[in-house]
Ligand binder design. Structure first.
Ligand SMILES: [Zn+2]
Ligand SMILES: [Zn+2]
Length: 245
């Protein structure tokens, strides 16, 4: 990403900037797709293991994950919805509350199988965390791309906090930590207390900082008309690159 951004110093033409942003979105989408496929496969395997094991006198780590996924989610509404879809597809049970188990004596084989099941669940947890990160990253680059293209295709940005249905483009802000957008005033206000503007509707628990707030206008493709400062892509995208570690 940083390597890509450095190209903008040399290539300041609009087509190149848009093309490069499209390429980043494409790449991030591919990474997300791969992560999704891995998670779906791991969930399928864990559901099979769970069925084979039966109940072992206590809630398995996997069932705890399923319960958590179905009831609480992973701090990002879109990612959580995606995981629930995968759970349903894999045939994972619906669990609302932790069931009461009667402890039983485990055989060595049961212990070994349950250990493998735990390991699979660790993998699932890691992939879920990765999925949230990848989804947020893709969301951010899609927002950047859309704002860059705002002249051709109008971007309709609502603000979840003040409930404005269509934030004027001059007031649009996007968070580099999760890609969520809203009006500058609300995005800033929430970021100052460490939250994403979508925490107002319980859809994102990303830790946002003031340094994560990117003004939509600074991403526009038509410099002079948009910000009157005649900035170049190099500066803009360098700034974006600075926000992403
Ligand atoms: Zn607002
Ligand atoms: Zn967010």
């Amino acid at each position: 990403m940083l390597k890509r951004c450095s190209h903008f110093d040399l290539e300041t033409s609009r087509e190149n900037a848009l093309f490069a942003c499209d390429a980043i979105v494409h790449e991030r989408q591919k990474q997300l797709d791969e992560c999704e496929a891995q998670l779906l496969e791991a969930l399928g395997a864990a559901v099979k293991q769970e069925k084979k094991l039966g109940h072992l006198g206590s809630e398995s780590l996997f069932m705890e994950y399923v319960r958590f996924a179905r009831n609480k989610g992973f701090g990002d509404w879109d990612a959580s919805k995606m995981v629930i879809g995968f759970l349903d597809k894999s045939g994972a049970p619906q669990v609302e509350e932790k069931p009461i188990y009667t402890p039983i004596e485990l055989t060595d084989e049961m212990k070994a199988n349950s250990w493998a099941h735990r390991e699979k669940t660790h993998e699932i947890r890691r992939l879920t965390k990765e999925l949230v990160g990848r989804l947020r990253s893709l969301r951010f680059f899609c927002a950047v791309r859309d704002l860059q293209k705002q002249k051709e295709t109008l971007v309709n940005v609502p603000c979840p906090a003040c409930k404005i249905g269509e934030v004027p483009l001059t007031e649009v802000a996007v968070l580099s930590c999760c890609g969520h957008m809203g009006c500058l005033a609300c995005v800033k206000e929430y970021a100052e207390r460490g939250e994403c503007v979508y925490s107002s509707v319980g859809r994102c628990s990303s830790v946002a900082r003031s340094t994560n707030v990117v003004r939509g206008m600074t991403l526009g493709v038509d410099d002079k008309e948009r910000d009157g400062e005649g900035r170049h892509y190099g500066v803009k995208l360098e700034k974006v690159a600075d926000l992403i570690k």
